[in-house]
Ligand binder design. Sequence first.
Ligand code: ADP
Ligand code: TYD
Length: 209
Amino acid sequence: MTTPKGLFLTFEGIDGSGKSTQARRLAEHLRAQGRDVVLTREPGGSPGAEEIRRLVLEGDPDRWSAETEILLFTAARRDHLERTILPALEAGQVVICDRFADSTRMYQGLSRGDLRALVDQLHGLMIGREPDLTILVDMDPETGLSRAKGRQGTEERFEDFGPELQRKMRAGFLGLAKEFAGRFRVIDGNRDMDTVARDIAGVVEQALV
Ligand code: ADP
Ligand code: TYD
């Protein structure tokens, strides 16, 4: 296998932290500089993975066991990687992905018991790829919840499980940033969008040189 030439960037953080907003703004910023950017998201990002997204985020929240849920998120990721991410990296593009494996480490790994080891094993077997750079948009959980609740939609999200879980996830993401200190950058998301976007652009430009 050849080493991909592009750059693989991911955004992580609790629901409502501003990941989607910032991922979109970063894509616009880099495109304005003439870079070839693919903006994508998980779960989803390829036709098959978008179908799996509906299976995991719509309908009865207890539809799947914790273990089956890990398999479904990983299956979606595998399809996304094969069909969208790796081809783009091979073509030298910058891939910006709104959530990736760190979200599974947190949500499926911590929310219904300690299943982190299982998540990591499956990741090692079926994905085996980490981002080059991960932006953690760190955020006060109450603010994140109130921002996320402002959205309408049919998807069940972890924000529906309330502030306690959001606090646990925030602490978990900060722990991951220490665990994978080489690729993580923590950005304070409790500020206005322009300031956050400027900080992120600075961090990414350093990684692109
Ligand atoms: P996420 O993808 O992390 O769930 P979003 O980017 O969808 O977050 O943002 C959630 C909501 O908060 C949106 O309505 C968005 O416009 C708003 N928002 C995002 N960033 C900020 C910010 N820095 N200050 C205030 N509101 C914000
Ligand atoms: P997303 O659309 O990014 O939600 P938000 O914009 O609110 O942050 O993700 C939808 C939900 O899917 C979110 O609650 C987190 C969850 N999720 C997992 O549980 N595991 C995963 O591996 C991924 C990628 C997302």
